[in-house]
Ligand binder design. Structure first.
Ligand code: UT7
Length: 319
């Protein structure tokens, strides 16, 4: 048997306020028809004043711990994927650590925008397999509503807030993370970025995106990295029970499944309910599909994401 990082539990959290396309259309020049047809999005959750990346991340992590039947004191590593931290520093992972009542463990943030959860999962998996952690919480949590330009209809209708988390544990096992593949290509910075930062403008900035060009790269990159991750795991596309993709656009999900030759009913879709929650979207979709009974123990999952940077990645997991 091989030492692997097994998924012991999952959890997720959403802000209380749920916003429909029709509600958005009251203040933005858009329509429910356009948003549904071009993206598949129907609702998104928007964080209130008292809801932050760390508070949502804490709620998701606590649910994942409960699901795993573990006490927070058993955790020795917290990795948070986010591009919308509560503070520029310290890492929001340390806020979550304190909220969970953990006095001492390794805790840090990973920033790879929408691919952040795949990056964070891979880092945690490597630390577990390398022996420097035994039980880890990997979280994706975002409040993108705070960095949206609410006058840019080309972006503000696409995103939502939320958090998802998994608890990983070291196990001599057939189950767990079987492979991970990550990529970055910084030449595409200007296709998806935030126009501010501590070291340049001294401000947080707003999200800017050339959506059509991002779309074009997404389908090609996602299909190719899924093939790489499957090869590394020694599996074929036919072995996949569920694709758990980054939820950016329903059309990207359908096109990626088609390019892989997989039927659409093997794709977990939550973009209609949550919109694009960046680093939170993969763990949020994973937890949703586990809790509603779609994903069962033993299933082979293909997690994938692509986002700003560009960054992209995939992991094959036996749940
Ligand atoms: O998470 C990171 C990865 N991000 C993504 O994967 C996003 C990838 N891109 C996309 O999902 C799509 O490109 C969008 C959903 C962003 C846009 O869809 P599109 O089919 O590429 O539309 P478009 O940007 O080419 O715009 C088509 C038309 C334009 O009007 P004209 O110039 O043809 O008259 C836009 O002005 O739709 C207009 N438009 C809108 N109309 C109503 C753009 N946004 C809106 C809107 N409501 N919200």
């Amino acid at each position: 048997m091989t030492m692997r990082s097994a998924i012991l539990g999952t959890g997720s959290a959403l802000p209380a306020r749920r916003v429909s396309n029709d509600e958005l259309a009251e203040t933005v020049d858009t329509s429910d028809e356009w948003i549904v047809e071009r993206t598949g999005i129907r609702f998104r959750h928007i964080a209130g004043e008292d809801e932050t990346t760390a508070s949502l991340g804490t709620a998701a992590a606590q649910k994942a711990l409960d699901d795993a039947g573990l006490d927070a004191g058993e955790i020795d590593l917290i990795v948070l994927a986010t591009s919308t931290p509560d503070q520029t520093f310290p890492a929001s992972a340390t806020i979550i650590q304190t909220n969970l009542g953990i006095d001492d463990c390794v805790a840090f943030d990973v920033q790879a925008v929408c691919s952040g959860f795949l990056y964070a999962l891979s880092v945690a998996d490597n630390m577990i397999r390398g022996g420097s952690a035994r039980k880890a919480i990997v979280i994706g949590s975002e409040t993108f509503s705070r960095i949206l330009d609410w006058e840019d209809r080309g972006t503000c209708v696409l995103f939502g807030d939320g958090a998802g988390a998994v608890v990983l544990g070291a196990e001599e096992s057939e189950r767990g993370i079987l492979s991970s593949k990550l990529h970055a290509d910084g030449r595409h910075n200007q296709l998806l970025y935030v126009d501010g930062g501590p070291s340049t403008t001294g401000t947080v900035g707003k999200l800017r995106m050339k959506g059509r060009e991002v779309f074009r790269h997404a389908v090609v990159n996602l299909a190719s990295v899924l093939h790489e991750a499957l090869d590394e795991a020694g599996l074929a596309t036919a072995d996949i029970d569920w694709i758990v993709p980054h939820q950016a656009n329903r059309r990207i999900l359908d096109a990626t499944a088609k390019k892989l030759g997989l039927p659409a009913d093997k794709v977990v879709i939550t973009v209609d309910q949550h919109a694009n929650t960046s680093a939170a979207s993969v763990p949020l979709a994973l937890d949703t599909a586990i809790r509603d009974g779609r994903i069962k123990r033993g299933d082979v999952l293909a997690l994938e994401a692509m986002g700003g940077g560009f960054t992209w990645g995939a992991s094959i997991v036996r749940y």
